[in-house]
Write a new protein. Structure first.
Length: 159
């Protein structure tokens, strides 16, 4: 399920897409912005919305779907993307810098911002005056390549 499709769809109030969009927004909020216990407290309300969607599916002859499970699965995948992204950056940059310069890669020495907003991932790569220009360029290209692999939007602010 493409969560963003439903989060930003303008649909008539009470329609399938409106209800599903509301459910996605609520689950993302509880999953990302509040303590885990709050999600548990909200489950009856979320299950009620899921039941509403399941009734609509049944009325048009579609098979029963477990919307809460599908949405939570997608949100978990988003978290896994972040972990894998940084593992790949470290692995590739370490190998390249070792091969070219015999130096170790330390991600902490580079200036970047990783942001996630409503399922959209952004990597903003910034200038760092303390790093040699050629090395900075190589590491920037590793960041860019890995970001593209994971469909993360790469923003280069290096001049």
């Amino acid at each position: 399920m493409k969560l963003l499709k439903y989060e930003y769809t303008d649909a008539p109030a009470g329609s399938y897409n409106d209800i599903l969009g509301d459910l996605v927004k609520k689950i993302r909020h509880y999953h990302s912005n509040v303590p885990h216990g709050e999600l548990k407290k909200a489950l009856p309300q979320l299950k009620s919305i899921e039941a509403q969607l399941q009734r609509l599916d049944r009325d048009i002859g579609d098979e029963k779907r477990y919307y809460l499970e599908e949405i939570l699965s997608e949100l978990t995948k988003e978290n896994e993307i972040e972990e894998s992204l940084f593992e790949d950056i470290k692995e590739k940059a370490t190998a390249i810098l070792d091969f070219l310069y015999g130096t170790k890669f330390q991600i902490e020495t580079y200036s970047y911002e990783f942001k996630k907003h409503k399922g959209v991932f952004l990597m903003i790569f910034n200038e760092n005056e303390d790093i040699e220009h050629v090395e900075l360029g190589i590491v920037k290209e590793v960041f860019r390549t890995i970001c593209y692999k994971y469909e993360v939007i790469f923003i280069d602010t290096v001049k």
